[in-house]
Ligand binder design. Structure first.
Ligand code: ADP
Ligand code: ASP
Ligand code: MG
Length: 411
């Protein structure tokens, strides 16, 4: 029988009623003749609570134990979903990541899926089971320890299962009815897209649009998984939601197709480092070893052989970055006067494959922000995106102004 993967995010399994509603959707697909693999997230808010408990217990925690704690939310919803389906007379069974096993790297809290053996679940389908409910977000390392895939990782679990089982489609059920030109929660004029190209979705996701985890889009692109985002709150037809697909499948697209933002950015400046060959390696090597994801980098103009070096990273990595720099300074590998962390910043980005062939997007973006009185602190560009770091208090204003300026409310 053809396999369908259905993933339900946190708000879609937030309580028993919602789990029942999701299970009914699953029942509809089973009735159509699919063997279904359901991937569940933890109930909404649960993972945040678990992350909070870890941080309170141990600020610079052991990542293996972080994963042991933080993965547990999904175990509860997987069992409850299987029970709910059984109550509906749908033969269902739950799996935790290690039971499948979802084999991952040992990069705790940011592990990558390496292999998903299909024999175990396929055998059960052969015995008449119709739904395999799998706890998303988690796997097992080569050392046999529980791992997690990074926040939002259930999306990646879903796409990886779709690829492994050669599923007909991977449906991501969430609390919005598709991918929009920007987050509909902060811009009321955001417009739902029927289709979006993999590359654009990849950029939007990596720049903060959390509707899909970045890695899930990467995997879908690599394994050609038919990926769809849709709402678990409305009755859905087969054409509902947004299809993430190849660029060629999209007839017409705007130069800019979406605006993304990320609240959780910090701007870190090393004041007065020696301007010498090797300094960048001496700074960014230890940051990378400490697991700090550096995004934007600026080296300021040097004066008398010294310079300031600015970089951005997620706010929750500021402590790690400070420690890595202090340790490097103590070892004598770098020397700086001060390390200033500005955690009141946000990143706003415009994304569009049309930018490859059309100029003027950056100029228009900067003019729009300047008209709104928003000061730009750092700029980064690539072939299909422009990002700026601004004061966080202007973030929503900037997103709305850019959405208007690029007329994203119009198709
Ligand atoms: P889930 O719990 O189902 O995984 P998430 O909260 O992770 O849901 O992702 C869905 C959220 O993504 C939406 O509620 C919306 O606020 C946010 N979002 C951000 N950017 C976009 C966008 N461009 N289109 C749709 N949703 C977006
Ligand atoms: N529960 C995890 C999180 O909140 C994984 C997910 O929902 O995708 O990040
Ligand atoms: Mg999510």
């Amino acid at each position: 029988m053809p396999v369908l993967v259905m993933k339900f995010g946190g708000t879609s399994v937030a309580n028993l009623d919602r789990i029942r509603r999701a299970a009914k959707r699953v029942g509809v697909e089973v009735a159509k003749g699919y063997d279904v693999i359901v991937i569940v997230s933890a109930m909404s808010g649960k993972t945040n609570e678990l992350v909070g408990w870890v941080g309170e217990t141990s600020p610079l925690y052991d990542a293996r134990e972080y994963d042991a704690v933080v993965s547990s939310g999904e175990n509860v919803t997987a069992g409850l979903m299987a029970l709910t389906l059984q109550e509906m007379d749908v033969p269902a069974r739950s799996w935790q990541g290690w039971q499948v096993p979802v084999k991952t790297t040992s990069a705790h809290s940011a592990a990558r899926i390496e292999e998903i053996p299909t024999d175990n679940i396929t055998a059960k389908f052969g015995e008449g089971m119709r739904v395999a409910v799998v706890a998303g977000f988690q796997g097992v390392s080569p050392e046999g320890r529980i791992t997690t895939l990074g926040r939002g990782g259930s999306d990646t679990t879903a796409v990886a299962f779709a690829a492994a089982f050669d599923a007909e489609r991977c449906d991501i059920y969430t609390d919005v009815d598709g991918v929009y030109t920007t987050d509909p929660r902060i811009a009321s004029k955001a417009r739902k897209l029927d289709k979006i190209a993999f590359e654009e979705m990849l950029e939007l996701a990596s720049l903060g649009a959390k509707v899909l985890q970045t890695r899930s889009v990467e995997l879908a692109m690599r394994y050609n998984v038919k990926l769809r985002v849709l709402s678990s709150f409305e009755e859905q037809s087969d054409a509902a939601g947004t299809l993430v697909c190849d660029e060629e499948e999209i007839m017409e697209s705007n130069v800019v197709s979406g605006i993304a933002y990320s609240r959780d950015e910090a701007k870190m400046t090393l004041i007065s480092v020696a301007d010498r060959p090797g300094i960048a390696a001496a700074i960014f090597g230890p940051l990378s070893e400490a697991g700090v994801n550096v995004d934007m980098i600026i080296q300021n103009i040097a004066e008398e052989g010294r310079t300031d070096m600015t970089f951005s990273c997620p706010t929750d990595q500021v402590k790690r970055a400070e420690k890595a720099m202090a340790d490097a300074k103590a070892r004598g590998d770098i020397n700086y006067h001060d390390l200033v962390a500005d955690t009141d910043v946000a990143k706003v980005s415009a994304v569009g494959i049309g930018m490859r062939s059309q100029s003027g997007v950056a100029a228009k973006m900067f003019k729009t922000l300047s008209d709104e009185g928003v000061n730009i602190k750092v700029i980064a560009t690539s072939e299909i995106k422009i990002s700026v770091l601004i004061d966080r208090k202007y973030m929503e204003l900037a997103v709305q102004a850019l959405h208007d300026a690029f007329e994203l409310d119009k198709a």
